[in-house]
Each structure stands twice: as structure tokens, then as C-alpha cells.
Design a protein. Structure first.
Length: 254
């Protein structure tokens, strides 16, 4: 199953790489900060056609068109066709395709593909996490020697103040931080030890489903900022870290 998902996601990456005239094919959803392009739709439609036959009975829960599917019951593909759409539109080349296959609310398979770097992150529950087929592990650096990633929960501006407060607390204890603009890649960066932790106050299931399995299968730790398990039924906050920094969350004012 994992190999088949990987093969389909790799093909979908060609649409991202060959995209031209992106600005003219970009539309605002709720605001200028909430964009969709014809390429998001093309990738999602491609995945919607190719993925469900791999798992008969599975529902398809995509960011752009989810047909009221419930991703927390039975088998479900949970798909972000382009995570990091703003990066994509602006030519920042930092976006990914994220696909999870979950059963009854537990993610069983996760694939995150960065077509620009040709980096394919993947994991199967209980089977470890991989980058281009090689096993990956979280880092062992404490936050004091670490770099963390954060997201600004752009679609929920009410989280601005807590986001900045948490960033300040972590920045004071760390070397530096990054705001990449693609949560799925932020999670994979923790998984392969490029960063020590990541947080965001509000993410949708398609942003975090695949990446969170990749983090845990790489030996990392994932929960909400309240210390609860992540959910596929709604938006939630996300904290992901290596083991060394697992308890840092308890020391912070969230
Ligand atoms: C967004 C990105 C961004 C994160 C937002 C997400 P999109 O996804 O992952 O980094 O801060 O919360 O919604 O809209 O580019 O698919
Ligand atoms: Ca996303
Ligand atoms: Ca998206």
C-alpha cells in the first residue's frame, strides 16, 4: 500500500513542477491570505481518481473538495494537494503534497512529497519512517542547541498573540526559529532531525495527518498544545518534537 501511494504521489508532483502561469490561475477563497490555484485542484482531482481504488470503501477527504466525508470513521484518504499554496504562488519552492490513509481515526500510512527537492517522506504505523527509502530519526538536540519551526495559523487570526508569546518563549531558549509556510514539511523536518520541534495553534487534518505519523514513526512525539492526541475530526493545535524536548511543552505558558 505504501509503495502504491508513493508512486501516485510522485506522479502528482509533476503537476506542481510543471506549473506555469500560476498567478493567472490563482483565486482567493476567504481572503487574500487564503488562496487556491488551478494546480491545487488538478492535483486533488488526480489523487481523487487514483487513490480510492487502492482501498475500496475508503472515503476521500481532500482540502479543496471533501464531499462531507468523515475522515475519522472507516478507511479514509486525507489529502492536502498542495500544502504551502502561498509559497507555490510566490515561487518560493517550498510546498508539498500530503496524503494520509487512516482507519477509524488512526493514521496508518503517511506520505509527504516535496517535488522541488524530490524528497519523499513516508511512514507506515509500526513500520518506521523513511526519506527516499532510507530510515529517518528525530534529532537528539535539546532546545538550547536547537532550531524550531512554527506556523502562524493564518486562517485563525485570533491565535496571533498566543502564537507570538510561545514563539518568544521558545526563541529565548533556542538558537533560532523558522516559519516555512508548509506545515507538512515542518513536521517532516522534525522527523528527520533538521529541526527539534514545531508548533502551530490551528491546523486542519490534511495539514497534519501524514506528517504526524511520520514524526512518531521517526521516534518523535506529537500532541496538541493542551497535551492531547491529535484529532482528524476538526482543526486542532499541533506540537511535534524529538524525545529530548518532549517535556518542554509543560514548561511553557501556552
Ligand atoms: C497552510 C500551510 C501553512 C500553515 C497553515 C496551513 P495551505 O496550508 O501549511 O504553513 O501555517 O496553517 O493552512 O493552505 O498552504 O495548504
Ligand atoms: Ca495545508
Ligand atoms: Ca493546501
Amino acid at each position: 500500500m505504501l509503495e502504491q501511494i508513493i508512486s501516485i504521489v510522485r506522479q502528482a508532483g509533476e503537476t506542481v513542477l510543471s506549473a506555469r502561469g500560476i498567478s493567472a490561475r490563482t483565486y482567493e477563497k476567504s481572503s487574500a491570505a487564503d488562496l487556491v490555484t488551478e494546480f491545487d485542484l488538478a492535483v486533488e482531482n488526480f489523487l481523487k481518481e487514483k487513490l480510492p481504488p487502492l482501498c475500496p470503501g475508503a472515503v476521500f477527504f481532500g482540502e479543496e473538495e471533501s464531499e462531507n466525508a468523515d475522515p475519522s470513521r472507516g478507511w479514509a484518504f486525507i489529502v492536502d494537494p498542495i500544502d504551502g499554496t502561498t509559497n507555490f504562488v510566490r515561487g518560493l519552492k517550498q510546498s508539498a503534497i500530503s496524503v494520509a490513509l487512516a482507519c477509524d481515526g488512526a493514521v496508518e500510512y503517511g506520505v509527504v512529497y516535496d517535488p522541488y527537492k524530490d524528497e519523499m517522506f513516508s511512514a507506515r504505523r509500526g513500520g518506521g519512517a523513511f526519506l527516499n527509502g532510507r530510515p529517518i530519526r528525530v534529532s537528539q538536540r535539546p532546545i538550547e542547541q536547537g532550531v524550531f519551526g512554527m506556523g502562524t495559523a493564518i486562517y485563525r487570526r485570533e491565535y496571533l498573540e498566543p502564537t507570538m508569546r510561545l514563539t518568544e518563549q521558545l526563541f529565548k531558549r533556542s538558537c533560532d526559529f523558522r516559519r516555512l509556510g508548509a506545515a507538512a514539511l515542518d513536521l517532516c523536518n522534525v522527523a528527520c532531525g533538521r529541526t527539534e520541534l514545531f508548533f502551530e495553534y490551528s491546523l486542519c487534518p490534511w495539514d497534519q495527518a501524514a506528517g504526524s505519523l511520520i514524526v512518531t514513526e521517526a521516534g518523535g512525539f506529537v500532541c496538541t498544545l493542551e497535551g492531547k492526541p491529535l484529532t482528524l475530526t476538526d482543526r486542532c493545535s499541533v506540537w511535534a518534537s524529538n524525545q529530548v524536548n518532549k517535556d518542554v511543552l509543560k514548561e511553557l505558558e501556552v
